[in-house]
Design a protein around this ligand. Structure first.
Ligand SMILES: [Fe+2]
Ligand SMILES: [Fe+2]
Length: 470
């Protein structure tokens, strides 16, 4: 079951050849996907040889194979984690009952919406990042960008497979729509706001892969708990790919910190102006980027109080990430103390699950910060990077539009407006970051604002020619 069949037009481990109708429908969608990739994917690099990994099995160890590939020839396909024998629903009112191999009629539209919303983010991020190749800080980074891009393309395949296989005609229509909406499009934007923000510089790319791909990880983890078994198996395999995206973010920001500390040492100063004049990113500027992307990603978890997430949990559709680590899987009796602008409120735990997820997400975000702060501490500086409070700069939920400082305090509106660009990048900050973005495409060479990585990909040296541009 784990092995992937690459002899077919669409690589898969779901026995696609046994279902001719489904196979034909997906083979019909495949050229539409390729057109989308060529039109909306990375610009001007379709002919380059990129050192990419491709899934060859869904086993935990050794699932990937590495080699030079032209991106349009990448073998996108359908890979599900192996089924767990006798798996039962792990939470909600149907806890302990066998998982579903087909979509229960009463949950059809809800499940379809969950899958479409997840699926929409995958091609959206490819579109957001399509111009980045032109300003890559190194060939190593360029390769990582393209690896992330082809895998987000594969995640789209993962969701489209579910739509085609389990949702009939509606599903096929949704699959077409996933290629018709575009990030930032005035008429047909992507579903979620964060996925309509352009990512036009590499500092934003590192922050996006750190914060927004991590939101993806949390969404996938909660869908991996689903009672709809094909969705669970799909998401379980996607999570193994997602780990690399967050690695790119965490090590990317770590390398920016490292380079900044080198420049600070060289110049003997922490003056942002002098650090910038030397072509590096001062730490307060990095903090603004963290504030921007973290707060934008926090909105993705939705309203603090949500009857939809309560119903999705109670019905066994969407659990909490790592559901098994909790004691109570039904939550009919539990309460949650919620901080709202009106003060503390006690709400049924079932209705507070978005907030529960948001909190565990932020805990996961702390891991990188600890690492980066250790670098700063070791270099002898008092500055520390922090995460903004969950209620800072929110546009969804109880705190939406309220003037809250990054440390979580409600402040007068005038003060908030006056200080906002002390907290998130101003136009001048963005212009400076953009001024650093120049393509460095010689093997082993690095842009001046970021340190080289500690090691290369798949045990290759850092100066390996990861992308052959021709
Ligand atoms: Fe993804
Ligand atoms: Fe991702």
């Amino acid at each position: 079951m784990s092995g992937i069949n690459y002899s077919e037009k669409i690589p898969n481990n779901v026995n696609l050849a046994n279902d001719r109708t489904l196979q034909r429908a997906l083979e019909h969608w495949q050229p539409h996907f390729l057109d989308w990739w060529k039109g909306m994917g990375p610009t001007d690099f379709q002919g380059a040889d990129v050192y990419l990994r491709t899934a060859v099995s869904v086993d935990a160890d050794g699932w990937a194979q590495y080699g030079a590939v032209k991106m349009p020839d990448y073998r996108w396909g359908i890979f599900l984690a192996d089924p767990v024998a006798n798996r039962t629903i792990g939470f909600g009112d149907a806890m302990g009952q066998p998982v579903w191999q087909q979509v229960p009629g009463e949950y059809r539209s809800t499940l379809r919406r969950l899958i479409v919303t997840q699926g929409d983010t995958e091609p959206a991020s490819v579109e957001q990042q399509r111009l980045l190749g032109h300003t890559c800080p190194s060939l190593y980074d360029l390769r990582n960008l393209f690896q992330v891009n082809v895998e987000e393309g594969r995640h789209l395949w993962a969701m489209v497979y579910l739509l085609h296989a389990y949702f009939g005609r509606d599903g096929r229509e949704e699959a077409e729509e996933l290629l018709a909406r575009h990030s930032g499009d005035a008429d047909k934007p992507r579903i979620l706001t964060t996925f309509n923000e352009p990512i036009s510089d590499w500092l934003s790319f590192y922050c996006f892969t750190y914060f927004t791909d991590r939101d993806g990880k949390y969404q996938l983890k909660s869908l991996a708990e689903s009672g709809f078994d094909p969705l669970s198996r799909t998401c379980r395999f996607m999570l193994t790919e997602e780990a690399h995206h967050m690695f790119v973010g965490e090590t990317g920001i770590g390398r920016v910190v490292k380079r900044t500390l080198e420049v600070m040492k060289e110049l003997g100063t922490d003056d942002p102006g002098r650090i910038r004049a030397h072509g590096a990113v001062d730490l307060p500027l990095l903090q603004k980027y963290l504030n921007f992307w973290c707060s934008s990603s926090l909105d993705l978890f939705g309203n603090e109080i949500s009857s939809n997430s309560a119903a999705n949990f109670a019905n066994g559709l969407k659990g909490r990430p790592d559901e098994s680590q909790y004691d109570d899987h039904v939550l009919r009796e539990k309460l949650f103390t919620m901080r709202t602008p009106q003060g503390e409120e006690s709400v049924p735990m079932l209705n507070a699950l978005n907030e529960v997820m948001r909190e565990s997400y932020l805990k996961d975000c702390e891991i990188g910060l600890k690492r980066w702060n250790r670098q700063i501490e070791r270099a002898g500086h008092a500055f520390r990077l922090t995460l903004p409070a969950t209620n800072f700069r929110r546009s969804i939920g109880a705190w939406a539009g309220l003037p809250v400082s990054p440390d979580g305090k409600l402040i007068p509106k005038e003060e908030y407006e006056k200080r906002l660009y002390d907290w998130i990048p101003s136009e001048a900050d963005k212009a400076f970051v953009h001024s650093l973005m120049h393509k460095v495409a010689e093997p082993g060479k690095m842009a001046g604002w970021v340190a080289p990585p500690e090691r290369g990909i798949n045990n290759l040296p850092v100066d390996y020619e990861y992308v052959k541009l021709h």
